[in-house]
Write a protein that binds this ligand. Structure first.
Ligand code: HEC
Length: 486
């Protein structure tokens, strides 16, 4: 490499090439161009790293000051250039997202050149003012109207296997209320891998808008919030809300991991409601689009077959066979029909979910365990056209990231949401404890899952037309030029 660099210099290649070389090779000329901490790197750290890398937060070290950062430059170079940090595990070229912390290729190059150039501090006068962050136990958007807390909470031992307990609490909500924002604050955030609060509507409650059939299992419980590292609050844009029915119970469902010290966790969830009597235009519900081996989607085959064939997809509804070799704690048949991951194989599973109504798709959050490596969400339009919405092609089971679309996707009824999950049960997967085991669905950490959570606002036909008009699109039913050419 060095030899080549010298040679390159002697024939006078463009400066941009020279800048990439270590100073020992390129000499004086690079000094001026080496990025500095204060001017070039600190703004990137403030935007993309410090939310987690600051004292008393979830990351192992602080990256606030030059003194904090300097000992970590080698690790930073490795994690940043491999795109492991900041955690954002999707193909950046598809779609636009809110709060996207990821670095552009150019920004990564700046960090790498800074480190390769000796990681100089630069002029302190160039530094931007320190970024302001709230404390982890502070409400993000002001005081909530209601705080519901675990009553007993859970003790997480200093060492041991992950646990996923749950506790049901009565929030004493006596009338239907619409949620403007919701936030969770655990007391032992060191040890919370992620945590859900589910809402159980009372027996016999009008489930209109909550129970929407195949592919979405909000029949029993609605997901109110999922807390994950660096992701603790959901704020609904004006006119959109989650609905909590009167008499509902909350179920806290944390997933804990031990961190070397015994801790007790009491989780609190804070909720700000819309004013009483105000009815927001759109109610948001969370849907778990589950993968399936095949027999369940056979039930709605008629509805989806046509569109799937149009999209050029193979239809295969072979009845799953009982697996052997691994006993799953839960009902083994259910486990196998939901996911079947043979040993030494990269298995893919799909789900086709026809939207039962016109809808806005607000966000996507893939969820798999150790073997999960990729999940794709695509839309199959009624005319068979396929559109990738999100490709989580570098999925990391450690992270539960919600990807919120900058502009929600608007789809007519009958559009099929299609998920494809990849589980790598080979020795190539560094998280795989044993590639000789068959794996199926189950809720233990060592079992597998494969579903995409989506937040959706279902629309009336009038609301759909209004949204179309807002986007300057032709009303439904009018064929666009592009479609006519197909
Ligand atoms: C959403 C929170 C979050 C963000 C944002 C984030 N990190 Fe991290 N980072 C973590 C956590 C948690 C760990 C420890 C777990 C792990 O290694 O994945 C970590 C680990 C690291 C490590 C490895 C430390 C070691 O022990 O070797 C480096 C280096 C790092 N981060 C750098 C960065 C940089 C640079 C950025 C911004 C460009 C960034 N991180 C953004 C949460 C975050």
């Amino acid at each position: 490499m060095r030899k080549f660099a010298r040679l390159a210099l002697s024939v006078g290649v463009p400066t941009v090439f020279v800048l990439l070389m270590p100073p020992v090779v390129a000499g004086q000329s690079t000094k001026a161009a080496t990025p500095t901490f204060t001017k070039d790197v600190l703004p990137l750290l403030q935007r993309s790293c410090q939310k987690c890398h600051r004292p008393n937060s979830i990351a192992p070290m602080s990256l606030l000051t030059y003194q904090d950062v300097r000992p970590w430059v080698r690790a930073i170079k490795a994690r940043v250039s491999s795109r492991q940090m900041p955690p954002w595990h999707i193909d950046r070229s598809i779609g636009e997202y809110l709060d996207d912390p990821s670095l552009s290729d150019k920004e990564i190059e700046t960090v790498v050149r800074w480190i390769d150039g000796g990681a100089p501090q630069g002029d302190p006068k160039d530094a931007p003012p320190p970024a302001k962050f709230r404390a982890a136990d502070e409400w993000a958007f002001g005081e909530p109207d209601l705080v519901v807390s675990m009553e007993k909470g859970f003790t997480i031992p200093a060492a041991g296997r992950d646990t996923q307990p749950s506790e049901i609490v009565d929030p004493k909500i006596t009338e239907d209320r619409y949620v403007k924002w919701v936030q969770m604050i655990p007391s032992a955030n060191c040890c919370v891998h992620h945590s859900h609060v589910y809402v159980r509507a009372p027996e016999g409650a009008d489930r209109d808008g909550l129970s929407l059939g195949m592919g979405s299992n909000t029949d029993e419980e609605m997901d109110l919030i999922e807390y994950g590292p660096g992701n603790d609050a959901d704020f609904f844009a004006d006119g959109t809300a989650k609905l909590i029915k009167a008499g509902s119970k909350f179920r806290f469902a944390p997933h804990y991991h031990s961190m070397g010290e015994e801790k007790h966790d009491i989780e609190r969830v804070g909720i700000k409601f819309y004013p009483k009597g105000y009815k927001p235009e759109y109610v948001v519900t969370s849907h778990r689009i589950r993968t399936d081996v095949g027999n369940m989607w056979a039930l709605n085959r008629e509805k989806v077959e046509d569109a799937i064939l149009k999209a050029g997809h193979k239809i295969d509804i072979n009845e799953p066979r009982m697996p052997t070799g691994f006993l799953v704690q839960e009902n083994p048949l259910h486990s196998a029909t939901t996911l079947s991951i043979p040993p030494n194989t990269v298995a893919t599973h799909e789900r086709f979910w026809p939207l039962p109504q016109d809808a806005l798709i607000l966000s996507f959050q893939p969820h798999m365990h150790f073997l999960g490596t990729r999940m794709i969400l695509e839309a199959i339009h009624p005319d068979g056209r396929r559109e990738t919405l999100t490709d989580a092609n570098r999925y990391e089971q450690n992270w539960q990231i919600t990807y919120t679309y900058k502009t929600p996707h608007l789809f007519p009824k009958g559009t099929i949401l299609h998920t494809i999950s990849y589980h790598d049960n080979t020795a190539n997967n560094k998280h795989n404890p044993d590639p000789t085991n068959w794996r199926g669905w189950g809720s233990r950490t060592m079992d597998e899952m494969g579903h995409g959570w989506t937040d959706i606002a279902f629309l009336t036909p009038e609301q759909y037309q209004k949204e179309l008009a807002k986007r300057g699109k032709a009303p439904a039913g009018t064929r666009t030029q592009q479609q006519q050419q197909q």
